[in-house]
Design a protein. Structure first.
Length: 168
C-alpha cells in the first residue's frame, strides 16, 4: 500500500522560530510517516511530533542537548514498503557525499539527512537516493524555507516534492 511521508529537519524551535508553520503541521497530520532529521532544540516539539504523527522516525542533531540522548538515536533505520531507509543528521561536506554515504549506508535505498538547511536530492553511483528537506523554519541563505514530501510504494520512491514556504 502506498505510504505518504513528510520529511523535515532543522526545526530549531524555539531558538530560530517560535513554532512550526501551520502548513507543515497540516502535512504531518496527513502523512502516514513523519521523518525528522534532527536539530529540534527542545523536547516539547518532539513531544508534539510524537502526539501528532501516525509514525515518527527521528534522530537527534548536533544542537540537541543531552535530554535527547535517551529519546532519539543518532541514526535511525527502518524499512517501509520495501524501501530501506536510514536517517542521520550530519553527513559532512557536500564534496564526496554520495561516495561517503554509499560506504556508510550501502545496505539502504534512501538516506535522509539534515544539518545544512540546504535542500538536497541526488542519487549515488551505487543507486542510493539521498535527500535533505532543508528547514521549514530557518532558511539561512536559501530563498525559501522548505520540507519534502514523497511516497514509498512497493520498493519505489516516487512523487518526491520539495515544498516551499514563504521567506518570512
Amino acid at each position: 500500500m502506498p505510504t505518504r511521508l513528510i520529511l523535515v529537519s532543522d526545526t530549531h524551535v524555539p531558538q530560530r522560530a517560535k513554532a512550526l508553520p501551520d502548513e507543515v503541521w497540516a502535512e504531518i497530520d496527513r502523512a502516514d510517516v513523519v521523518v525528522h532529521a534532527g536539530d529540534w532544540n527542545r523536547l516539547p516539539l518532539l513531544d508534539e511530533f510524537e502526539d501528532r504523527a501516525s509514525t515518527l522516525i527521528a534522530v537527534r542533531g548536533n544542537n540537541d542537548g543531552p535530554e535527547f540522548d535517551d529519546r532519539l538515536p543518532l541514526v535511525a533505520r527502518t524499512e517501509i514498503e520495501g524501501v530501506r531507509l536510514a536517517v542521520v543528521h550530519e553527513t559532512g561536506s557536500k564534496v564526496g557525499r554520495e561516495t561517503r554515504l554509499d560506504a556508510l549506508f550501502g545496505d539502504a535505498d534512501l538516506v535522509i539527512f539534515g544539518h545544512s538547511h540546504i535542500p538536497w536530492d541526488s542519487t549515488s553511483d551505487g543507486g542510493l537516493r539521498i535527500l535533505n528537506p532543508g528547514s521549514p523554519t530557518d532558511r539561512r541563505r536559501q530563498p525559501y524555507r522548505t520540507y519534502l514530501t514523497l511516497v514509498l510504494d512497493a520498493g519505489v520512491i516516487r512523487d518526491v516534492e520539495l515544498r516551499r514556504l514563504s521567506t518570512a
